[in-house]
Design a protein around this ligand. Structure first.
Ligand code: NAD
Ligand code: UFG
Length: 335
């Protein structure tokens, strides 16, 4: 019995691969390396040691390639799929909407078609807090209205809708839609973490590069938001906590739970300046910053209510901001 992880060599996928292997599961990863590196395979093997490494197969290829998917499903006893593969940069999605619709939507429909052919009905999907758009109040609950403000967010909305329609058509599916808040941090080993190509768009990878001197100064986008210090507030969650959330979701699917939607966040909001302060504590004060205009499309505050995931799956985030910054710093120095 194997679990298929699409995009399993990426940031969240690789941490989830470690958690599943250490839980004794067999996994097959498919990744086209568009935003990852084959060396991540060796690093996962090193973390989990030989005892579990033998339970992982890696296929380099595209999830839109249905022939390849059919080969994977016929050669392995796949019982569930965790679908991470996708493009995820909001700004890029505005410039290249077709690439986002093609990659994110078509990879999902190809996968679902092949799953149907092989009778596999357990599916975990990487959705995002971005589907809440500008929520009317905080914290955000799963039953809040959803809507998107950019092509990336719309791909997540459409896929959520496709999954709802599939479930309506066949109630024997078990589907977990996981809405991630802001994953940061790295594995304790310092071997895997977030390593974007070029200049990072997201806060933590940018902060880490300023701390190592690879970038000069962090621009803090906006100092006049309606928050305690005027800078944007987000629900940062340790990527290892998030990875464990996938194991909990897979266990939930094994109970034949039907379609479920869960926020995966900590329930706590931190400002950009809180992050700079916490990072400076672990790196020795190397993060210089300056204030810059607001980034178009940004919201002031976003944090989850994650009680449903705890009540129904027994999952909650355990790690604090210091650990998120410490592991990120360790990974950054290990690269
Ligand atoms: P990532 O880019 O590190 O990982 C995605 C992986 O998928 C990469 O290894 C990439 O090479 C692969 N991939 C992309 N398209 C593919 C395709 N067509 N076929 C095969 N492989 C393909 O991103 P991540 O941060 O690990 O995010 C994983 C998922 O979680 C994505 O769907 C993303 O939209 C979602 N998500 C991420 C965040 C975040 O802040 N990181 C927040 C919310 C949701
Ligand atoms: N920020 C800066 N300077 C930077 C980068 C970010 O001040 O150089 C600020 C932003 O303005 C925001 C906060 O840091 O207030 C977090 O920004 P990120 O870009 O790290 O994250 P976002 O909340 O904007 O978005 C991320 C992903 C989305 C996802 C969302 C929720 O990029 O795809 O989290 O999961 F939808």
């Amino acid at each position: 019995m194997s679990i298929l992880l699409t995009g399993g060599l990426g940031y969240i996928g690789s941490h989830t691969a470690v958690e599943l292997l250490e839980d004794g599961r067999e996994i097959v990863i498919i990744d086209n390396l568009s935003n990852s590196n084959i060396e991540v395979k060796d690093k996962i093997e090193k973390i989990v040691t030989d005892k579990y490494a033998k339970n992982m197969k890696v296929v380099v290829g595209d999830v839109r390639d249905e022939k390849l998917l059919e080969q994977i499903f016929s050669e392995n006893d796949i019982t569930a799929v965790v679908h991470f593969a996708g493009l995820k940069a909001v700004g890029e999605s505005v410039e290249k909407p077709l690439e986002y619709y093609d990659n994110n939507i078509n990879s999902t429909t190809s996968l679902l078609k092949v799953m149907k052919k092989f009778g596999v009905k357990n599916f975990v999907f990487s959705s995002s807090a971005t589907v809440y758009g500008r929520a009317k109040s905080m914290p955000i609950y799963e039953d809040f209205e959803i809507g998107a403000t950019n092509p990336y967010g719309r791909t997540k909305l459409f896929i959520e809708q496709i999954l709802q329609d599939i479930y309506v058509s066949d109630k024997t599916y078990n589907i977990a839609i996981l809405r991630y808040f802001n994953p940061i941090g790295a594995h304790d080993s310092g071997l895997i973490g977030e390593d974007p190509n070029g200049i990072p768009n997201n806060l933590l990878p940018y902060v880490a590069k300023v701390a190592t001197g690879k970038l000069e100064v962090l621009s803090v986008f906006g100092d006049d938001y309606d928050t305690k210090d005027g800078t944007g507030v987000r629900d940062y969650i340790h990527v290892v906590d998030l990875a464990k959330g996938h194991l909990s979701a897979l266990k939930k699917l094994e109970e034949n739970c039907g379609l479920k939607i869960y926020n995966l966040g900590t329930g706590v909001g931190y400002s950009v300046l809180d992050i700079v302060e916490a990072y400076n504590k672990v790196c020795g004060g190397k993060v210089k910053y300056k204030f810059a205009p607001r980034r178009p499309g940004d919201i002031d505050v976003c944090y989850a209510n994650a009680d449903k995931a705890f009540k129904e799956m027994g999952w909650k985030a355990e790690r604090d901001l210091e650990n998120m910054c410490m592991t990120s710093w360790k990974f950054e120095n290990n690269k």
